[in-house]
Write a protein that binds this ligand. Structure first.
Ligand code: HEC
Length: 133
């Protein structure tokens, strides 16, 4: 035992290091809570995206031309005309609640249940607008 203090010292250093780690994690968590960014919540919280952004982040996965799994592609008038003819109410209902039609399956809110109804509706409006042009 040439240096009896050495082992005890490193043990304390380890503990000290862990405490700093815990402290930093708590500060980081507190900061992210205060920033107003919705972390996760059972209730649909608006992410602040407009219709075009929702399309580009979510719906694009299936609705990007030529359309995946039977999804009507963005801007495809032929695919959209009969759907638009059903009326906006039906399109909204099918996108919000999910819909199994003749070409495939439209999942509830495009599988983004964290988005608000309003955001989904704006994305539908965006997609419908692209057909007119
Ligand atoms: C996992 C793939 C997928 C994603 C993601 C997806 N869709 Fe769809 N969607 C489909 C398919 C497939 C159909 C066609 C269903 C059918 O008519 O058989 C469809 C159809 C639709 C329709 C037409 C419904 C009707 O009555 O004809 C709307 C409106 C729609 N989607 C909106 C959206 C919006 C808005 C998003 C993004 C928030 C989205 N979709 C994301 C696959 C998807």
């Amino acid at each position: 035992m040439r240096d009896p203090y050495q082992p005890a010292f490193s043990k304390y250093m380890l503990l000290f290091g862990m405490l700093i780690g815990v402290a930093f994690t708590s500060i980081a968590l507190a900061a992210s809570e205060g920033s107003g960014v919705p972390v996760s919540s059972a209730e649909a919280a608006a992410t602040g995206m407009n219709g075009e952004q929702v399309y580009n982040n979510v719906c694009v996965a299936c609705h990007y031309p030529p359309g995946v799994g039977g999804a009507p592609a963005l801007g495809d008038a032929e695919a959209w005309a009969p759907r638009i003819a059903q009326g906006m109410g039906t399109l909204i209902d099918h996108a919000l609640n999910g819909f199994s039609g003749s070409t495939g399956v439209m999942p509830k809110k495009g599988e983004r249940l964290d988005l608000s109804d309003e955001e989904i509706i704006e994305a539908i409006e965006y997609m419908v607008e692209q057909v007119d042009h």
